[in-house]
Ligand binder design. Sequence first.
Ligand SMILES: [Cu+2]
Length: 105
Amino acid sequence: MRHAAAALALALAIGASAAHARGKTHAVRIEGMKFVPERIEVAAGDTIVWTNKDFVPHTVTAAAAKIESGELPQGKSWKLVARKKGEIQYICRLHPTMSGVVLVK
Ligand SMILES: [Cu+2]
């Protein structure tokens, strides 16, 4: 009985650490009408958080990958978990000259 409890405690500890190691978080600022950094490399399972530092709203849009943040006003963030490996090229739908790349490895 005591042994079983110890095994359960160990299993919970392993589960907790595995969940913690699942992914990193990467920050992209939207600032001065640019995505900064413009290109990032992440691992599958990682989270990317975009934060709009500009006065005007922006979006994170990759139509082909069905990614659409909606309009982000100043100070707002939007996050995406990168699940599929490959290159995601995205733009701001409101200012299509703004572009960025997420490479998911
Ligand atoms: Cu924009």
